[in-house]
Ligand binder design. Structure first.
Ligand SMILES: Cc1ncc(COP(=O)(O)O)c(C=O)c1O
Length: 388
């Protein structure tokens, strides 16, 4: 009897961050910076909204696309940040990863060619492969001043017949953020060849370059463009465990999207949506507070890392990650395992984000100053003890 999964599923890469995490399980002395989540719990007023909803007996299915109040509030939020968007363009999803899967299920067929800028969050690399797509990658290059995109190379990769570009900006793991000029060029190319842009805007509110939000394709595209924005409550409002996100799609797609949601999850839980509603309506101070903390953490971490001989770190313009090079590291997974074992430091191996990330490690700096300093000391010790 053949009990194996589909070949496309068998071929998926298992998470290397998870492998490392398992290696550190049961060890209370490990200082973890490997997982990508805020270190603060969900604010009380958001939790309260969820609990009040449960207490009020809101425990049944809702509309596939989300409760009307949340779709309206999200439309107002996106309108305030980017461009006029109506609730008919908004679908509430079970977090960002589900939003990305739904967008892919809507438009990506087996055998389709899709393009991604890497290194990149592993889920985004594997989702199109689950659907049988061929993923073509365009690498960012490290420079001490910040990770760089070779725009010409990306434009060349966007050939006629390409189905979609998956672009995560600000980018997990490098913190690289696409410029407005590059966005214009990419949009023009995608318009010319009928290519969809899946813009993963998960980190748009963790942006350090002056504006309160990173440049988005939503601002330069209109409702008739082949542009889908995917987003999440996880990072901006410290809600990773709640599993809530949303999509902005051209209105022409919304009915088909509703069908897909029906057959995937049917709807996001209503009491979670109520918590999300409180976050969108009243959560700007949460974002401002986290951003200030993260900016200080970023500055401290990157400066301290660069004081360690053999370590080269660029200042990320967005996200909560430093993705830095360590001289002599050729197998970042082995290096990270060694750091766990020898000095109790939990970092994510660069290779988890694709072969282009090899030689680097990712550090999530959503942490207190004391923990960051302790971590840097451990890294220094780990390297002295023969890491690298
Ligand atoms: C680039 C990127 N997109 C989307 C997400 C989605 O997060 P969630 O599924 O928690 O909403 C993440 C989470 O780490 C991410 O790094």
């Amino acid at each position: 009897m053949d009990l194996s999964a589909r070949p496309a599923v068998r071929a998926l890469t298992a998470s290397k961050i998870r492998e490392l995490f398992n290696a550190g399980l049961g060890r209370s002395d490990v200082l973890p910076f490997w997982v990508g989540e805020p270190d603060e719990a969900t604010p009380e007023f958001i939790r309260r909204a969820g609990m009040d909803s449960i207490a009020a007996g809101e425990l049944f299915y809702t509309h596939n696309l989300g409760i009307a109040e949340l779709r309206e509030a999200l439309a107002a939020y996106v309108t305030r940040l980017h461009r006029v968007v109506t609730p008919e363009s908004i679908a509430v999803t079970s977090a960002g990863v589900n939003a990305l899967m739904l967008a892919s299920q809507l438009l990506v067929d087996p055998g389709d060619r899709v393009v991604e800028v890497v290194p990149l969050w592993p889920n985004l690399q594997e989702i199109p492969k689950i659907l049988g797509a061929e993923v073509v990658t365009v690498p960012l290059a490290f420079a001490p001043s910040g990770w760089q995109l070779d725009l010409d190379r990306l434009l060349e990769a966007l050939t006629p017949g390409t189905k979609a570009l998956y672009l995560n900006s600000p980018n997990n793991p490098t913190g690289w953020t696409i410029s407005r000029e590059a966005q214009q060029a990419v949009l023009a190319r995608c318009r010319a060849h009928g290519i969809w842009i899946f813009a993963d805007d998960a980190y748009e509110r963790q942006y350090y370059e002056g504006n309160p939000v990173a440049p988005s394709f939503l601002e330069i595209a209109d409702a008739g463009d082949r542009v889908i924005s995917t987003n999440t409550f996880s990072k901006a409002w410290c809600m990773t465990g709640w599993r809530l996100g949303w999509l902005v799609v051209p209105p022409a797609l919304i009915d088909d999207l509703g069908k897909l949601i029906e057959y995937n999850t049917s709807c996001a839980p209503v009491f979670i949506q109520r918590a999300g509603l409180a976050a969108v309506r009243e959560g700007e101070p949460v974002i401002a507070h986290m951003l200030e903390r993260l900016r200080r953490a970023r500055d401290l971490l990157v400066a301290s890392l660069n004081e360690i001989p053999g370590v080269e770190a660029a200042l990320p313009s967005g996200t909560m990650y430093a993705f830095f090079r360590v001289a002599g590291v050729r197998d970042s997974l082995a290096f990270c395992k060694q750091l766990v074992r020898d000095v109790g430091l939990g970092l994510a191996p660069g290779s988890a984000f694709g072969p282009e990330g090899e030689g680097c490690v990712r550090w999530c700096f959503a942490a207190s100053e004391a923990r960051l300093r302790d971590g840097v000391e451990r890294l220094r010790r780990g390297l002295q003890q023969g890491g690298g």
